[in-house]
Design a protein around this ligand. Structure first.
Ligand code: SF4
Length: 311
């Protein structure tokens, strides 16, 4: 296989068709790369690009500002992105690195909360422009097909990524592979005719053979909340549920048929949730009272916002 030729055609394709407009690709600030990578872990590029990324950076333009904010405030600004552990880990990492800055060594980055091998390598490659390989789901798919690797462990894919890395321009090489996976070598219907690697691709005769898509196993969950409003204030409490830890929610109650107010469905991660709301006169457990008009100032999940809308 002629690696040099493949590298050249990949970069040539990236010049013409890559997603150069993504704002974090036009920033030389490593913090910007870090924020974008954490947001992109579970959220679509378009939603991050148009709304969450610019708003979050406006609020927290650097690690120091993020470290000085309260976790409640960070969670409010993360609201709508889901997977709130990402916000909690961002906040912890900001506190740990506000003075020193994010480490420049991949292994050191991996020791920080919420930063795994992929995120650390992305920060090193896209932020610090280091000659390291990056493997996300898109790149893994391209490499598995290109080298015809079926049922291999992640470790092996990383080894192939290392051997295929273009040391003349590693950052653009990684970005190009990422975009190729996102735009051309897509999971279901790869456009091999338009692919810059097509001449050397070993898996193009049966690309789907090298992509095992895991089927998500959904779990049903029922949640019951109590609604108590007094003097324009509503009772809330901090969630102890690991899904929404640290977020505010209506107090959890046992279902009581006669005081049923309504229910709705909500999907969150692998859960299909049925939420039921009940009218409650008073609470035995400790609750906090929040003025209705100040609800937007406390961290609420999308599910809680739906519940309040229903009310
Ligand atoms: S030739 Fe087809 S299968 Fe191979 S990398 Fe390109 S798009 Fe993917």
């Amino acid at each position: 296989m002629n690696c040099q030729k493949n590298h050249q055609s990949l970069l040539h394709w990236y010049d013409g068709f890559g997603r150069h407009e993504l704002p974090w690709r036009n920033s030389s600030d490593v913090y910007h790369v870090y924020i974008s990578e954490i947001m992109l872990q579970q959220t679509q590029v378009s939603r991050v690009q148009e709304y969450f990324y610019p708003n979050f950076l406006e609020k927290y333009p650097c690690l120091e500002k993020l470290s000085q904010a309260s976790i409640d405030e960070v969670l409010v600004n993360w609201s709508g992105l889901g997977y709130y552990s990402r916000a909690r880990n961002l906040h912890k990492t900001a506190k740990l690195t506000a003075k020193s800055g994010l480490p420049t060594i991949q292994k050191e980055l991996e020791k920080l909360p919420g930063i795994g091998r992929y995120t650390a390598s992305a920060i090193c490659s896209f932020g610090y422009k280091q000659p390291v390989s990056v493997v996300d789901t898109n790149i893994a798919r391209v490499l598995k097909r290109f080298f015809a690797l079926s049922e291999v462990k992640d470790k092996v894919v990383w080894e192939y990524a290392n051997s295929f890395l273009n040391h003349n321009d590693p950052t653009h090489h990684n970005l190009a592979l990422m975009d190729l996976g996102s735009l051309i070598c897509t999971p279901k219907d790869p456009k091999c005719d338009e692919c810059p690697l097509t001449n050397s691709c070993k898996g193009k005769s049966d690309p789907t053979k090298y992509t095992q898509t895991k089927k998500t196993q959904y779990e049903n969950l029922e949640l019951f909340y109590g609604v108590c409003i007094e003097n324009s204030k509503i009772a809330v409490q901090k969630s102890t549920n690991k899904l929404y830890h640290g977020m505010y929610e209506l107090p959890v109650v046992d279902p009581i048929e006669e005081d049923f107010l309504g229910s709705f469905k909500h999907s969150y991660t692998k859960y299909r949730i049925t939420v039921s709301l009940y009218k409650v006169e008073n609470f035995i457990e400790e609750v906090e009272w929040v003025e209705l008009e100040k609800l937007s100032q406390i961290p609420l999940s999308s599910m809680m916002k739906k519940a309040l809308k229903l009310l």
